[in-house]
Design a protein around this ligand. Structure first.
Ligand code: THU
Length: 164
């Protein structure tokens, strides 16, 4: 038996103005995407903007349903749309933001576990790290360099489904 540890490095920016131009633009598009959220039940609007390797940005917003679990998070709407419309094109970065009509979202929103797993699939598929930029409506931005930073010891299909 041995004791192991994992550490996660990430960057924290005071606000989105500190980001490089490409990242700030992507975060602006995530804010824009959030405006299309259909969130009448939670009043929590999430926007995601996915930057692909070919420079295209694919947006997503959360889409809720009267049967609550039937809805889908912004991140999965965005990455599934990217997979549908740009198959074979790797994802470079995903920017995520959130806004609520009930509270001021001042700290970064982090993707739920299901979305982490869904995004992980594309990182493994294309064998390229997917970077995350996370923020609330305002305030700090977190930058994480890959899915492993958000989902360590993740489940990967290659270990379960493919023979060696
Ligand atoms: N939601 C997202 O779209 N992304 C997240 O990362 C967290 C949660 C959505 C799901 C639901 O529509 C609302 O936010 C409240 O949970």
């Amino acid at each position: 038996m041995k004791k192991l540890s994992l550490t996660i490095d990430y960057l924290e920016y005071e606000n989105m103005d500190e980001l490089i131009a490409e990242d700030k633009n992507l975060m602006q598009q995530a804010h824009e995407a959030g405006k299309s959220a259909y969130a009448p039940y939670s009043n929590f609007s999430v926007g995601a903007a996915v930057l692909l390797e070919n420079g295209v940005v694919v947006k997503g917003s959360n889409q809720e349903n009267a049967a609550y679990p039937t809805g889908l998070c912004a991140e999965r709407v965005a990455v599934f749309s990217a997979g549908t419309n740009y198959p074979g094109v790797a994802i470079k970065t995903i920017a995520i933001t959130a806004k609520s009509s009930r509270i001021k979202v001042e700290s970064p929103v982090t993707p739920c576990g299901d979305c982490r797993q869904a995004i992980s699939e594309y990182e493994v598929l294309y064998n390229k790290p997917i970077r995350f930029l996370l923020m609330g409506e305002t305030g700090k931005v977190l930058e994480l360099k890959n899915v492993g930073s958000l989902l360590p010891l993740r489940f990967e299909g290659k270990n379960a489904f493919h023979s060696h």
